[in-house]
Write a protein that binds this ligand. Structure first.
Ligand code: SAM
Length: 243
């Protein structure tokens, strides 16, 4: 899969994309991450990429010409047409199923806004999907783009062990169970006995129950959206967690 990011601040990406799993994923050829400087497409002497808003008011708006030139030039750098995403607080909130869908695309281009945002005509002309990473406002789209790239890249085949993705929080409507590693007892706190029992069936039951408990206590809204088995329902009723 190929990501192309269009940004006014390309150096922001250097650290997060070149560490740990994302670094290895790129070296192994599972994902390509290309960062493009929109300013390189400005044609005036000062490489101006923003201007005052029509209608007045505070802030600046990113101009259409450098952005349109960048989108067209970067699109032509590969024969695969990109799925163009604009990151914006008024987009659809990011969720795991959306990351799964994006991971199936061969090429995704992400446009990062700054200041008051981008000229609306860029959105209506080039953008296929608008994504928000949460109900708050960031100074720019760079961190949002990195969040999306991270959430998507780890779902691409070969990037991480497929077993790690199973039963993960948000993968199937439940949160994940708690994890422990050595030592067995730390400052008087022991690891749950069942996990050291070697009984795979008992461990699987305990983990399922922990997922149900955690989701019911922290995210009852999620529990309402999934279909529970009779065993799940019985367990939750016994803990007075079923509405
Ligand atoms: N004036 C815009 C509004 O009220 O919706 C906010 C602009 S924000 C200061 C500048 C840029 O940051 C946006 O164009 C967008 O690319 C990015 N951004 C800010 N918050 C975001 C969020 N929650 N999710 C995704 N992108 C965001």
């Amino acid at each position: 899969m190929r990501f192309d990011v269009l940004t006014l601040f390309p150096t922001m990406f250097a650290g997060p994309l070149n560490e740990s799993i994302l670094k290895r994923a790129q070296h192994a050829g599972h994902v390509q991450m290309h960062i493009h400087d929109i300013r390189a497409y400005a044609t005036d002497r000062h490489q101006t990429c923003d201007d005052t808003p029509y209608g007045g008011g505070a802030g600046m708006v990113m101009k259409i010409a450098p952005l349109a030139a960048a989108i067209r030039d970067v699109t032509a750098q590969d024969s695969v047409q990109p799925h163009v995403v604009y990151v914006t607080p008024d987009g659809e909130p990011l969720h795991q199923a959306m990351a799964v869908q994006l991971a199936q695309r061969p090429r995704v281009m992400i446009l990062c806004g700054h200041y008051e945002g981008i000229d609306e005509r860029v959105r209506t002309t080039f953008v296929h999907q608008e994504i928000s990473i949460g109900d708050y406002v960031l100074t720019g789209g760079e961190l949002a783009a990195m969040v999306i790239m991270d959430a998507v890249a780890r779902l691409i085949g070969g990037v991480i062990n497929a077993d790690s993705l199973a039963e993960e929080s948000h993968s199937d409507g439940l949160l994940e169970y708690p994890h422990y590693t050595r030592p067995a007892v730390w400052e008087g706190q022991a690891v749950p006995e069942v996990l050291a029992s070697g009984h795979h069936g008992a461990i699987a039951t305990w983990r399922r129950q922990q997922r149900l408990l955690r989701t019911a206590q922290r995210r009852p809204d999620m529990l309402k959206r999934i279909s529970l088995s009779a065993t799940d329902r019985k367990f939750l009723s016994e803990h007075k967690l079923l509405e």
